[in-house]
Design a protein around this ligand. Structure first.
Ligand SMILES: [Zn+2]
Length: 500
């Protein structure tokens, strides 16, 4: 009888301790939960979008100033450096181009009496300066070159049967197949890069490059001093096709259906003028902070959460990159500060990664995936945030078959946040090979990955355009994203049952 009493006593004490530990965990968790505020997050957003950082183009001194500001905040919160030689910075070469003025795009229109007039287009709706353009002026005939792809092994060449030497090529983004989930698509991936398209135009002797790319800022394209580049909007595109009994969209549709090139000379003459300065000496960086785990075994396991800090800089007006991706940066900062100050000792280590060089070609994420702050083999997951701050609902994706990772976020939302929530696995498109986000650099190297998004867009999106300012984000959802990350990561970092 006595033995049973003692057993009960032991059970009672153990249970009480567990409950107390749980209460203590929850009390600490909640004590910082409410200190994540949209007001403070907005001050960070305004700082990131201030004239000081000039749109944070990777490689520029202004980007580095932005990186130093983020590192300073991590330091203030007691988050340790995880970059090169005990610093917060992980450096890489980042050549960049300064657009000195917006340049011009114009069309020569021949009148019925043989005389001609010049039609000038307006920035930013009708044309957008090529952000890695050579400097100078080119007046030449425009040749439609489809997707600008030469793929001998696929029996496809947009340059077959046309002569583009000294001419201006008109090139569309992407590749003929549209479904990135189709295994066929993987054969085309290397041709979908902006870099490939520009270099291919140079190889064929083109002197000008008009890119049908939504007429927005695009620093993610090769630099070649011999070619003058401009983004082209709808009006000049329509003018090029006027009198040809077709449209760019119709020809592209035809190519997509038949996977057969349909290039032709348009008979229209345009002028592109660009004024740029190349800085091949540019250096860019990631900012890396770590909260080290305290469990003797689990501390070697890392959770990486990252988002790109760079934006597209300035071509004409500054593009501040509030939604893309000040939102992701500020979401992570909100969670990082709370995690550093909650008083909860994390068992696993958490790496906060503020990525450079995303907009110029996913450079920072490639570097970190190859040289992570903590060993890749022990990394639980890489979680990416890109444009997470416009809407009313939350979306969390995880790479299949690691659905389990979703539960931390789902539970955080169910318990504390109560937003519409959608969790799914596997990671969509990126996982299949369209190299358009930092997640790709991790998933393609064998990391488990997750991505966070917001849904139910409530504000106009100025994607890579002037106007992507602090008032283009919904700061309330950002507060909730930061809170969800804070709860989910704290729980994930301390869950002893999480094993792969
Ligand atoms: Zn982005």
């Amino acid at each position: 009888m006595k033995r049973i009493k003692i057993l009960f006593l032991i059970l009672f004490v153990t249970a009480t301790c567990l409950i107390n530990a749980q209460d203590d965990f929850e009390a600490k968790l909640l004590s910082r939960f409410h200190t994540i505020t949209s007001e403070e997050m907005m001050t960070w957003m305004e700082k990131l979008c201030s004239p000081e950082f000039q749109g944070r183009l990777s490689g520029t001194p202004e980007f580095i100033a932005g990186a130093e500001w983020v590192a300073g905040m991590l330091k203030e919160w007691g988050i340790k450096p995880g970059g090169d030689n005990g610093t917060y910075f992980q450096w890489f070469d980042a050549p960049y181009t300064v657009v000195n003025d917006i340049g011009t795009l114009s069309l020569k229109i021949t009148q019925t009496d043989g005389s001609s007039i010049i039609k000038n287009y307006t920035y930013p709706d009708e044309f957008y300066p090529g952000m890695n353009s050579g400097t100078g002026e080119i007046t030449a005939e425009v040749v439609f070159a489809g997707f600008g792809v030469t793929a001998p092994e696929l029996g496809y060449d947009d340059y077959k049967g046309i002569d583009v030497k000294g001419k201006i090529v008109l090139v569309n983004r992407d590749v003929p197949p549209t479904d990135a989930r189709n295994p066929e698509y993987s054969k085309w991936v290397k041709y979908c890069y902006h870099q490939f398209k520009l270099e291919n135009a140079v190889r064929h002797g083109a002197a000008g490059f008009l890119y049908v790319d939504g007429a927005s800022a695009n620093p993610n394209i090769s630099y070649d001093p011999s070619i003058i580049v401009s983004g082209i909007g709808l009006q000049p595109l329509a003018d090029i096709f006027s009198g040809l009994n077709t449209t760019n969209a119709a020809v592209i549709e035809k190519i997509r259906k038949s996977i057969t090139p349909a290039s032709f000379t348009t008979g229209k003459t345009m002028t592109i003028r660009a004024n740029t300065t190349r800085h091949s000496e540019g250096r860019g960086c990631n900012v890396v902070g770590i909260i080290e785990g305290t469990d003797p075994v689990l501390k070697d396991e890392a959770i990486i959460i990252g988002g790109h800090l760079d934006a597209v800089g300035k071509a004409g007006k500054v593009v501040n990159g509030a939604l893309d991706n000040g939102s992701g940066v500020v979401d992570i900062m909100g969670a990082a500060k709370a995690m550093a100050q909650s008083g909860i000792k994390l068992k696993r280590s958490v790496v906060f990664l503020f990525i450079g060089g995303e907009e110029t070609g996913l450079h920072g994420s490639r570097l970190h995936a190859e040289k992570p702050a903590l060993p890749k083999e022990k990394t639980i997951v890489y979680i990416n945030l890109d444009m997470v701050g416009n809407g009313t609902g939350l979306v969390v994706n995880a790479s299949a078959p690691y659905k389990q990772l979703l539960t931390y976020f789902e539970e955080a939302n169910t318990k504390y946040i109560h937003r519409p929530f959608r969790g799914s696995a596997p990671e969509p498109i990126d996982y299949y090979g369209r190299p358009r986000s930092d997640t790709y650099n991790f998933s393609s190297r064998g990391y488990r990955t997750m991505s966070l998004f917001t849904t139910g867009t409530v504000k106009k999106i100025y994607y890579h355009l002037p106007g992507d300012d602090p008032d283009a984000v919904t700061i309330e959802i950002m507060e909730d994203v930061a809170k969800m990350i804070y709860v989910a990561l704290t729980t994930m970092a301390n869950d002893e049952n999480l094993k792969f």
